[in-house]
Design a protein around this ligand. Sequence first.
Ligand SMILES: [Zn+2]
Ligand SMILES: [Zn+2]
Length: 263
Amino acid sequence: MNGIPGLLLLGALAALANLAGGLLLASSGAYRHESKLLKYLVALGAGFMLAAIFIEIVPETVALWTDGARGDDAAAAVVGAFTLLLGGYLLIQLFEHTVAPHFHFGAETHPEHVIRPSAAYAAIGGLTIHTFFDGVSIASAFLVNTKVGLLVFIAIMLHKVPEGFTVASIMLASGRSSRKAAAAALAIGAATFAGVVGVALLKERFAGSVAYALPFSAGVTLYVAASDLIPEVNRKEEKNPMVSIVVFAGVAAFYLLHRLIPR
Ligand SMILES: [Zn+2]
Ligand SMILES: [Zn+2]
């Protein structure tokens, strides 16, 4: 994958996956309609993302921030990087679950909580901030190197269809039309693309910007994997142990690709 045009292509693919998820639901017209396949996709995505964060992004971040430093200097540099990671995590706690009164991944099964327009739009606003950083993650990973970029792209892609589905489900559950549901999926896709473009533009101005964008967006990805997707895997209403097993399959799939893709 070469340079900015390749990056924009991947950003567009991620955005289209959001739209596809939205259209999948909007065409069925029933917000509770959730296929088993999507549930497995959420679990696979969660495992793959967690592995990508800890095996790929965190080591690359530490390498970028320490850059030959040793001892106390290296430790202080790592604190800076991990503070950004924590900041990314908390940003999504703030916008998806503090500002927005009701948000979770998957089908919106509680229409009473999103019937107020402000509740539905706050949830979608939080999700839009999260998808912007999905784009930032993809782009900053590619700017580190192609291998990291490809693995992070796959990690993000795995949850993009369920994400489009989620936003469409919120719109339908709050009484809006299929057309508006599809438009909301398009909006979160556009935010993803904007995240990719944002990093590409920033890179032109500040050579060091990737060192900041990488851990911050990794914090967002960590939130999405561990605090949005895993709770959906573990949802009490449905006890299907296979779904949880697929989380481990996601980790295994990551590890396999990590070994197979040359640097
Ligand atoms: Zn709900
Ligand atoms: Zn996302």
